[in-house]
Each structure stands twice: as structure tokens, then as C-alpha cells.
Design a protein around this ligand. Structure first.
Ligand code: GLY
Length: 319
């Protein structure tokens, strides 16, 4: 990071004002503080190298960070073996697959869908909400109708594998294995512009109608092109109560590194935790391409991709 928090606070007064003015100029040029732009992607968990390689290849061809994150996330949404996103996602308590997704770009535009059923690519519907309506969030039946009107086809998203897990849960009311949770990706393109997207089928066997953090801008995703971006995975209720992704970005604005900012957002969750910890994890990237992640409980990893390749990083944790 360019400035430690202590240095940033010490600068104070006029110098701080000039930093902010420079920040505003950076927004216009789309470049980071060093005037260079190094394409980079960061995404939650170990979803393998394909999403990262896909996003970086698109950026290399001159596509925007928004195109990159959308295309990468669509790969995971279409994968029937991923039990927590899109097609193949575990259903709610009524056996219905209900999906949440959002996107946010470098211009501050945002779009989201919540409680969307029978549409394989909620991330693309979220993008269309952003691009074709004056709104940010469409939910349920309205989101579905909007998708159909815009050429998406209705599909059954409940695979036999997910149905079998739901039937087992109905018998035992116990989930034997933890699921992967949300895919969230943040990218910087050749122009130094940041975008992010998230997509999930949410908490397995949730109450019908439950919406998580992923479609809530500021909770599951937040991007400010002057500063950086953040995305969350884990129990969405925690990210909503703490405005988690917004908190991460605001802490980076104050001068904290991406990892430090994620840690602060995780620490904020402590007052909402009960006897059993609800895992919450964040990834973040700043305008200079510095990245990081942090989680409440051990076990969270994230993937980073740039010209050095795609690699998995273990995140730090409070417990
Ligand atoms: N983080 C995804 C969810 O809670 O729905």
C-alpha cells in the first residue's frame, strides 16, 4: 500500500486535501496512483484457474473489467457441480433454487437480482438491470419477468444431485457437508478501471423467500473506482448487518491495506455473533492492484490472477 494508516492520518490538513484531489483526477483518468494499469482479478474460494484465466484473456483483448467478471462468473453459474451458485445450487427448504447476484462498475453503476428462479445466469440479469432500468435491484417474479422479456430462457436449475441433498436434508434436517458459497470476483482492466460481481444460490435449505448479502450493494459487493472494491462470502446476514463490503472499501479509503480492511470488517461482525460463529469472509483489491482477504474462522482461501499466473492464497482469520 502507498500510505500506512498512521502516515495517512499524520499527513492531515492541506496535504490530505491534495491527496483527495489527486484521487478525483485518478478517477477521471482511470489510472492508479502510479499512472500504470496492471490487469488483475481476485475471486473467492478455490474455483480453479478457469474463471481467472477467462477474465484476464478478455481484459487482454481490450474488454472491460465488467465484461471480464460477468463472463467468469457465468462459467461457475453454469457448472452443475458447484452446489452454491446458479445451475446445480442447493435449493431452499421448499426445494426451490433461488438465486441472488449483483454487479458494480467503475462508474458507480450497480445492478442486482434477488430471489430469482429458473434463470441460469443471474449475474447477466443483474447487469441488464443496471444497464436497462433506472433501478438497482429487481426481485422474485418481477426479476424473472424482466429476464424473460430480455431474452433469457426459463430452465429447471434443480439437478438430481442437489435434489438428492435436499431430500436427505428433509429426512435428517442436517447438512452433512459445507458448501462452497458465493463466487465474488473483482477485476482491474487495462484502463485501470475496477468492476465486481457476485452470484450465489445462498444458504442451503434457507427459509423460502430468504435473500442474502449478494444482491445488496454495500453488503455483498462494493466498488469505488477511486479506492478499490470488496466482495463477501459466508453468512450473508452478517455482511448485511455490518454493511461489510462498503466497510472494507471505506477502510481502504482511510489508508488501510486490503487485508487490514477485510480484517476490520470481520471484527465488526463479532458483536453480531452468537454462541456458534457465523463464518464471514471478504476479498478486496485497491486501485494500485494490492489485494487481500480475511475471514472469521480459519479455512477461507481466495484466488488471484495477473500476468504472473493464477494462484490460490490462504486468507488470515480471527479464529
Ligand atoms: N453469502 C451468500 C449468502 O449468504 O446468501
Amino acid at each position: 500500500m502507498k500510505y500506512t494508516r498512521r502516515e495517512f492520518v499524520k499527513i492531515g490538513g492541506l496535504a490530505t486535501t491534495s491527496l483527495l484531489v489527486n484521487g478525483a483526477l485518478n478517477l477521471k483518468s482511470g489510472k492508479n496512483k502510479t499512472g500504470t494499469s496492471k490487469p488483475k482479478v481476485i475471486y473467492t474460494w478455490d474455483y480453479g484457474p478457469v474463471p481467472g484465466k477467462t477474465a484476464l484473456a478478455l481484459i487482454d483483448k481490450g474488454k472491460t473489467s465488467l465484461d471480464a467478471v460477468e463472463s467468469a462468473i457465468k462459467i461457475i453459474e453454469a457448472d452443475p457441480n458447484v452446489l452454491s451458485v446458479g445451475y446445480g445450487g442447493l435449493p431452499d427448504a421448499e426445494g426451490k433454487v433461488t438465486l441472488d447476484a449483483s454487479v458494480m462498475d467503475w462508474k458507480g453503476n450497480a445492478g442486482a437480482v434477488a430471489f430469482l428462479q429458473n434463470i441460469k445466469h443471474p449475474v447477466s440479469v443483474a447487469r441488464l438491470v443496471m444497464e436497462k432500468t433506472p433501478h438497482v435491484l429487481l426481485a422474485g417474479e418481477g426479476a424473472f419477468e424482466f429476464a424473460i422479456e430480455n431474452g433469457f430462457k426459463a430452465e429447471n436449475l434443480l439437478t438430481n444431485k442437489a435434489k438428492a441433498r435436499w431430500e436427505e436434508w428433509m429426512r435428517t434436517k442436517k447438512l452433512k457437508e459445507a458448501t462452497h458459497d458465493t463466487i465474488g470476483m473483482l477485476a482491474i482492466d487495462k484502463n485501470g478501471n475496477l468492476s465486481g460481481a457476485v452470484s450465489t444460490s445462498g444458504w442451503a435449505f434457507k427459509v423460502h423467500g430468504r435473500v442474502g448479502d449478494s444482491p445488496i450493494i454495500g453488503a455483498g459487493l462494493y466498488v469505488d473506482n477511486e479506492v478499490g472494491g470488496a466482495a463477501s462470502t459466508g453468512y450473508g446476514e452478517i455482511a448485511i448487518k455490518t454493511a461489510g463490503s462498503f466497510t472494507v472499501v471505506e477502510k481502504m479509503r482511510e489508508g488501510y491495506s486490503p487485508s487490514e480492511a477485510c480484517k476490520i470488517a470481520v471484527e465488526r461482525s463479532l458483536k453480531y455473533q452468537k454462541e456458534k460463529h457465523w463464518q464471514i469472509c471478504y476479498i478486496a483489491i485497491n486501485k494500485d492492484g494490492e489485494f487481500g482477504g480475511y475471514s472469521l474462522e480459519d479455512g477461507f482461501a481466495y484466488t488471484i490472477g495477473d500476468k504472473k499466473g493464477i494462484r490460490l492464497k490462504k486468507a488470515g482469520s480471527l479464529f
